[in-house]
Design a protein around this ligand. Structure first.
Ligand SMILES: Nc1nc2c(ncn2[C@@H]2O[C@H](COP(=O)(O)OP(=O)(O)OP(=O)(O)O)[C@@H](O)[C@H]2O)c(=O)[nH]1
Ligand SMILES: [Mg+2]
Length: 414
């Protein structure tokens, strides 16, 4: 049974469609819907007394196993509702955590989901316990003088600390991998976007990788990185990662730090928008909000309007591209528009390169090789005074070459 609260009529249709999709992603089938505008949530049951009675009747009429509230419930509200409705009561955060728990396969993913679940549970546990459970014995598990509640709380805290320690190691090793890749001259881009926008499909189309694609939400949890060669001989490392959703629970964002650092550490972002979705603008805004939470909203963004093969009117794509400078319209599925995407990616990577001219003395000739490794060499000439070189280089390499740079290149000579 789906319960919508606090939504304005405008957004109703979209909010409902999204919750149904989330529900299905969690393996549940919605059997009914109930709506209520709540200006001031009741501290006991969130919705008013009359609504609780109406809900009880409908839940038992249609035989629902659970009532799913599209909001955050605190522990007291959740317990009271479960008692009054005589069924499981789930809030939005719990639903999303459930989907993530089902999708987590890697060690990193599982650790992060468990951490999110436990940090979600900890503040709720006092209210979840009945008076009896708070006192009942847990012989052998408790320390002296501890109640069951205290000992359970302690065990959850211990587990949270252990998970955080393990995840710190995961982050360190991801950091080391990134540092190793950083030695390469190529920029890093993270493919971000709303869940199901087609990020993994785009990744596969670009790199020939075989990241699992699924019409269900949150198919991808673990990041995958692939090097993609661009038409100008340059390359970019693309990372396909977890999708976002409106009001992504903060527990998840905090717990998925190791994974999401791939996004905040990249040079630029490829934002995939499902242009065939009636509410693509709402989704685009939700992604930008999440990026702001990750401190990644200042990064350069290449917007990709995807699923153009599904558009009834091609003018929609032209309008969207015209309104967003530097954006492209594609179909990751059919491959339509991918050359334009490649050109846009080339323009983006060039913005990370500095054009320079240098004369490298022969006793420093290893720098010549490094120019090839850390950028694009446009022209080389061996003269008496040294190797004259014209190149576009990553910032780090420009620094190393500094003593020998004769002049920065102007744009028309690139
Ligand atoms: N018609 C059409 N369908 C597409 C296109 N791109 C992706 N899809 C479909 O959209 C669904 C989701 O695609 P994914 O690539 O898994 O999306 P994602 O953004 O990686 O989703 P999550 O990993 O779940 O966040 C799949 O059923 C794809 O086949 C496209 O350009 N056109
Ligand atoms: Mg995916």
């Amino acid at each position: 049974m789906l319960v919508f609260v606090n939504t304005d009529a405008e957004a109703d249709a979209y909010v409902e469609e999204e919750l149904v999709a989330l529900c299905q992603a969690a393996g549940m089938a919605p059997v009914g819907t109930l709506r209520q505008r709540v200006n001031r949530p009741s501290s006991a049951t969130f919705v008013g007394k009359g609504k609780v009675e109406e809900l009880f009747a409908t839940v038992h009429d249609v035989g629902a196993d659970a009532a799913l509230f599209d909001c955050e419930l605190n522990a007291v509200q959740q317990r009271n509702l479960a008692e009054k409705l005589e069924c499981r009561v789930v809030d939005r955060t719990q639903l999303i955590l459930d989907i993530f728990a089902q999708r987590a396969h890697s060690r990193e993913g599982k650790l992060q989901v468990e951490l999110a679940q436990l940090t979600y549970l900890l503040p709720k546990i006092t209210a979840i316990y009945t008076k009896f459970e708070r006192q009942k014995g847990g012989i052998g598990l408790r320390g002296p003088g501890e109640t069951q509640l205290e000992s359970d709380r302690r065990r959850i805290r211990d587990r949270i600390s252990a998970l955080k320690r393990e995840l710190d190691e995961v982050r360190l090793s991801r950091g080391r991998q990134r540092a190793a890749r950083r030695k390469k001259p190529f920029p890093f881009a993270s493919i971000v976007g709303y869940t199901s926008a087609g990020k993994s499909t785009l990744m596969n189309a670009l790199s020939g990788s075989e990241v699992a694609v699924d019409s269900r939400l949150f198919a991808t949890l673990d990041p995958t990185t692939r090097r993609v060669e661009l038409p100008n001989g340059y390359s970019v490392y693309f990372t396909d990662t977890v999708g976002f959703v409106r009001r992504l629970p903060t527990h998840l964002i905090a717990a998925f730090r190791a994974t999401l650092e791939e996004v905040s550490e990249s040079d630029f972002l490829v934002h995939v928008v499902d242009l065939s979705h009636p509410s693509w603008e709402v989704q685009q805004d939700a992604v930008m909000d999440t990026l702001a939470e990750l401190d990644a909203d200042a990064k350069p963004v290449l917007t990709v309007f995807n699923k153009c093969d599904k558009l009834r009117d091609p003018a929609i794509a032209r309008k969207a591209v015209a309104a967003e400078p530097g954006s492209v319209a594609v179909s990751a599925l059919t491959g339509d528009g991918l050359p334009a995407f490649m050109d846009a990616a080339v323009r983006m990577t060039l913005s990370f390169l500095t054009p320079v001219e240098a004369v490298i003395p022969y006793n420093q000739s290893r720098l010549v090789q490094e120019c090839y490794d850390f950028g694009r060499v446009l022209h080389v000439e061996h003269r008496e005074d040294g190797v004259h070189i014209r190149a576009e280089l990553v910032a780090d390499m420009v620094g190393r070459l500094k003593p020998y740079i004769t002049q920065p290149l102007t744009d028309d000579r690139r």
